[in-house]
Design a protein around this ligand. Sequence first.
Ligand code: CA
Length: 219
Amino acid sequence: MSLRSLNLSDELHRYMLDVSLRDNALLEELRAETARLDMGRMQISPEQGQLMALLVRLIDARRAIEIGVFTGYSSLLTAIALPSDGRLIACDVSEQWTAIGQRYWEKAGVADRIDLHLRPALETLEMLAAGGSPPFDFAFIDADKTNYDAYYEGCLSLLRPGGIVLIDNVLWGGSVIDPAKQDEDTKAIRALNKKLRDDDRIDLSMIPVGDGLSLCRKR
Ligand code: CA
């Protein structure tokens, strides 16, 4: 019995997916199409996607916001997990990548639950705050790292108490503990991680799934 998380070997990881991943052809197809892109490594792992969808259902989320859509995999899972009258505000600046996602949202029959905002996410967050938007239940942040703190603050303020913010890439491929890594992205992630630890507005768990996922529940 260890006090730390198990280090998954490839075989154990395969076993975990074998006995727990609930996949379908559409998700598989979107992952495969994304993997063929140069930036394909940016997509979240299938087990992380499944965890996120479960969290959406656990809190009965009806209103969700996603900062960083890429090819729409997490948006697809989130939208499917929402009730039919649920809403996902999807924020990204890339028409090219989100166009891929839109095809799959249509195929899955959830496109009407997703409002895509093609502009810098900070503008969308400001617009929502200024427009007196009804509170959100769920937020997922997976975009440019230097704005992570601003995205976190923007999402947290839009959230209802008990709502959750998920933040992706918080372990950043291990760069967070490498003193040689002093680039702006790594520094932004380190700073936010420390801030979250001491932030008494939230309950917190950092989950070592994918590239590290922080789960914050607004108090
Ligand atoms: Ca990511």
